[in-house]
Design a protein around this ligand. Structure first.
Ligand code: PLP
Length: 375
């Protein structure tokens, strides 16, 4: 069986270093808000290219905390609108509604599956305060136009960078700016299955905004900057020392892992040829894509999934039900978002684990080419 993502094998590569890091924390007697977190935050900020990185408990909290901090700063208030792609993981939307802000769902582009930037300006009202871009499946969602729109209407740009650590955007000077450093603030997830995965839950916020960083840090620790003195009604959303120590080990290898993902994606794109299978659309192959997930589209994806399973290839669907069709969002169920719905009906994710062998990658492409939708 070719696994979709072999987490055991991924972490096995670094087992000695991970065990050493875990042992160091166990022996230290210090488990929260210590040097491991400080060190990881420092290295993450340096890698992304921002002034600040703040470790938090998970990716959803990272985004929730950014919006909550903007509310504390008076940048936005309850009932304000946040533009967000309709084609995203539910967490992007939950971070908005949890803060009693209103998600304005905008259709993605059918080629990139990312927010269609041409549709954004029409959705802006007096109440719009931010655009939450999602670098979905690992692909950077950015353009000069998006940044110009945000400036023109004084909107904050928040990046959901849960899936795209290591991807970037080549600006006009041809300098690559990493996702997480493109907007005003970004949320990261280190859920075990993400490109930089912890051995449990964790996340982070990156930003160049000093005030925002201070407030997020306080909000994530009961709204307090000084023990037992509470400035805000905060949460408990801290990054554990042990996860920080493990993440710091894996951060050193993120570029190598992403490079391997990119090679696999390149092989699939060069070798899968099938009239009924649509390969991912991309702009700049390696710069703008961390290849978190390799997503194809086909009219009868259930049939293709069964065929691949029968041939020993595990696939997943990201995602089967769009946020606006979820029972949790009854108020959005009536929206008509045909591009989003088509994507959710047709996508299938192929294995793209960085530990896949050459033969496994070859086999996936071969089997894909043998698929006959008429049988
Ligand atoms: C994983 C993910 C999140 C949430 O991260 P958690 O760490 O699981 O809370 C948010 N947005 C997107 C796009 C994700 O893929």
């Amino acid at each position: 069986m070719i696994k979709f993502l072999d987490l055991q094998q991924i972490n096995q590569q670094y087992a000695a270093e991970l065990k050493e890091a875990a042992a160091r924390v166990i022996d230290s007697g210090w488990y929260l808000l210590g040097n491991e977190v400080k060190n990881f935050e420092h290295n993450l900020a340096a890698y992304i290219g921002t002034k600040h990185a703040i470790g938090v408990a998970n990716g959803l909290d990272a985004l929730r905390l950014v919006l909550k901090a903007y509310i504390e700063m008076g940048v936005m208030q309850e009932g304000d609108e946040i533009i967000v792609p309709a084609n995203t993981y539910i967490a992007s939307i939950l971070s908005i509604t949890d803060n009693r802000l209103k998600p304005i769902l905008v259709e993605p582009h059918i080629n990139t599956y990312n927010l269609d930037i041409d549709l954004v300006e029409n959705q802006i009202t007096e109440k719009t305060k931010a655009i939450l871009v999602v670098h979905l499946y690992g692909q950077t969602c950015w353009s000069e136009r998006l940044s110009a729109i945000a400036q023109k209407y004084h909107l904050k740009v928040i990046e959901d960078n849960a899936q795209a650590i290591g991807a970037g955007y080549a600006n006009k000077q041809n300098e690559v700016v990493r996702t997480g450093a493109l907007g005003d603030a970004a949320g990261f997830s280190f859920y075990p299955g993400k490109n930089l995965g912890a051995l449990g839950d964790s996340g982070a916020v990156t930003t160049n905004d000093d005030e925002l960083a201070v407030i997020i840090r306080a909000l994530a620790n009961y709204g307090s900057t000084q023990k037992y003195v509470n400035k805000y009604q905060g949460l408990n959303s801290r990054l554990d020392e042990i996860q920080a120590a493990l993440l710091d080990v894996k951060l050193k290898y993120i570029d190598t892992e992403n490079k391997r993902r990119t090679q696999i994606a390149q092989y699939y794109c060069d070798n899968i040829h099938h009239p009924e299978i649509i390969l991912p659309g991309y702009t700049a192959f390696s710069v703008s894509h961390a290849w978190h997930i390799f997503v194809i589209r086909t009219p009868d994806r259930n049939k293709l999934q069964i065929f691949l399973t029968e041939n020993g290839i595990q696939t997943l669907i990201h995602y089967p039900i769009p946020p606006h069709k979820q029972v949790a969002y009854k108020e959005l169920n009536g929206l008509s978002l045909p591009v989003t719905e088509q994507i959710h009906n047709e996508v299938l994710s192929l294995p793209i684990s960085p530990v896949m062998t050459e033969n496994e990658v070859k086999r996936v492409a071969e089997i894909m080419n043998l698929y006959n939708s008429q049988l």
